[in-house]
Design a protein around this ligand. Structure first.
Ligand code: NAD
Length: 340
């Protein structure tokens, strides 16, 4: 079965391509390398020991997408990772974000429809829940108010796909809402390269640990949580990648409609849990300072993953220790990510 992976050179895309290849899928990938490097594609081929067609192509270039489908008329489904994801940059450059994420997705689904491929798995985010009405968060929790343009693009991309599916029942749509993927491939040869100043705890922390940033800021220790810091649901990137393989199997069985599925570990870890685990692995202290709360941070974000377990038969298996160890291995090997 042939799968087109958009954003295949990115953090989640590259790990998912390996899982797909390991599970016997044929992969076609594309990326415009806005936030990634051809080296990641090379590494994926080396790690998996398999070659696959890869195109340097931009979703905003509809003709380029047409050419991919023309070369591969047998694409069964698209796993759609491509897009911009840096929260801070989205606040500075909202139109860039709306254009890339929304126009890009519109182009992609139009080309898919013309090619007769109506199966899509979309990378959404827990950010669409806004300030959630319930913890742990189930998929029934209503979508909320996003705090930045990036979040709104995910919210709107979801809505576009839901409306498309309602109007055209031949579409089979899965919306995967990721919580906080961290970690890297066990080889340490691929991992996450955040754009600019990382907004998330783990990329920031690992950059402090390798000396790229002077200290880590802990934003608020007066939340209503056991140690006063925010709690998040972290999931190992390898568990997340495997979740896509299971989602494809499920997509193949189900008959149309759209299905929303949370992918997290279902376990909550505080800022101090993460720092302590990292310090234990590194055997040294991370320079840190307690700062005021950050606007827009919610105290707890935690996934209810009952639906993923039930529908996908999927279960995350990696521990927090492994997530931190693998993030650290990648960061040490490639403190700057890949130079393009
Ligand atoms: P990433 O930046 O590593 O990967 C995205 C890839 O898309 C990059 O390689 C980038 O070059 C490519 N891209 C961007 N615009 C493109 C365009 N116009 N045409 C072709 N390629 C383009 O990000 P990631 O962490 O792998 O995230 C993948 C998806 O998952 C994104 O849609 C993101 O919003 C979503 N997501 C990520 C997280 C997370 O914490 N990493 C959480 C929730 C959702």
């Amino acid at each position: 079965m042939k799968i087109l992976v958009s954003g295949a050179a990115g953090y989640i895309g590259s790990h998912t391509v390996i899982s797909l290849l390991e599970n016997g899928y044929e992969v076609v990938g594309f990326d415009n390398f806005y936030n990634s490097s051809p080296k990641a594609v090379q590494r994926v081929k080396e790690i998996s020991g398999k070659d696959f067609p890869f195109y340097e192509a931009d979703m905003l270039d509809k003709e380029a997408l047409h050419q991919i489908f023309k070369a591969h008329p047998d694409i069964y489904a698209v796993i759609h990772f491509a897009g911009l994801k840096a929260v801070g940059e989205s606040v500075q450059k909202p139109i860039l974000y709306y254009h890339d994420n929304l126009t890009g997705t519109l182009n992609l689904v139009q080309v898919m429809e013309e090619a007769g491929c109506c199966n899509i798995i979309f990378s959404s985010s827990a950010t669409v829940y806004g300030d959630p009405k319930e913890i742990p968060i189930t998929e029934n929790c209503p979508k909320g108010i996003c705090t930045n343009p990036y979040g709104w693009t995910k919210w709107m991309q979801e809505q576009m796909l839901i409306d498309l599916q309602k109007a055209s029942p031949e579409w089979n749509v899965i919306l995967l809402r990721y919580f906080n993927p961290i970690g890297a491939h066990k080889s340490g040869e691929i991992g996450e390269k955040p754009q600019g100043i990382p907004n998330n705890l783990v990329p920031f922390l690992t950059q402090v640990a390798v000396g790229k940033r002077p200290k880590l800021y802990i934003y608020g220790t007066d939340y209503d949580t056991p140690d006063g810091t925010c709690i998040r649901d972290y999931i190992h990137i390898l568990d997340l990648a495997q979740g896509h393989v299971e989602a494809l199997r499920y997509l193949d069985q189900k008959e149309g409609g759209h299905t929303v599925i949370n992918l997290g570990s279902g376990k909550g870890y505080s800022v101090f849990d993460i720092i302590n685990t990292f310090e234990g692995i590194m055997g040294s202290e991370i320079p840190k300072e307690i700062a005021d709360r950050r606007k827009g941070d919610i105290p707890i974000s935690l996934a209810d993953i009952t639906k993923a377990k039930k529908l996908l038969g999927w279960e995350p298996k990696y521990t927090l220790e492994e997530m931190c160890r693998d993030s650290w291995k990648w960061q040490q090997k490639y403190p700057e990510g890949f130079n393009k």
